[in-house]
Design a protein around this ligand. Sequence first.
Ligand SMILES: Cc1cc2nc3c(=O)[nH]c(=O)nc-3n(C[C@H](O)[C@H](O)[C@H](O)COP(=O)(O)OP(=O)(O)OC[C@H]3O[C@@H](n4cnc5c(N)ncnc54)[C@H](O)[C@@H]3O)c2cc1C
Length: 128
Amino acid sequence: MGDINGRGAFTHTSYNDFEIVADNVIDGGTRSIANRIPVYGLFIDPPLGRIGITEAEARKLGRKVLMGTMPMSRVSRAKERGETRGLMKVLVDAESEQVLGASIPGIGGDEIVHSLLQLMAGASAIRR
Ligand SMILES: Cc1cc2nc3c(=O)[nH]c(=O)nc-3n(C[C@H](O)[C@H](O)[C@H](O)COP(=O)(O)OP(=O)(O)OC[C@H]3O[C@@H](n4cnc5c(N)ncnc54)[C@H](O)[C@@H]3O)c2cc1C
């Protein structure tokens, strides 16, 4: 698990590998990575939060998408912190209205993706 398995080198992925293994080995769970929503925070300045699929990937899959963007220059906290570089971009499936992914290069982007992760994981659990 983690970096050593060669499936990406991110803290979130490594930690989720651990959660799955611990649950299965210690608590007799049956979890797997099959339904894992790809997510990461890149700890650069400003940080980059990414989750789900990108616009290019959605189009490649032939999905009709709606896209919402908001520049950080319009986000109050970014303005208060004097760090208005970047934006928030969210992709939604035009038919199902499910969130497909987001890219948030900007202050707090590495934290904000967690809210979207809860949303996408909840929606995914309901669909299953
Ligand atoms: C410069 C840098 C920048 C990064 N930036 C980001 C980022 O912005 N965002 C992000 O998500 N991830 C980032 N990462 C990656 C992130 O740090 C890793 O994905 C994560 O730490 C992997 O966790 P892990 O438990 O798999 O491995 P590690 O955290 O590497 O843990 C492995 C542990 O095993 C120990 N170990 C090794 N061999 C043995 C042995 N034989 N016996 C006992 N112990 C051993 C090591 O000492 C280490 O403590 C970055 C990594 C680097 C190096």
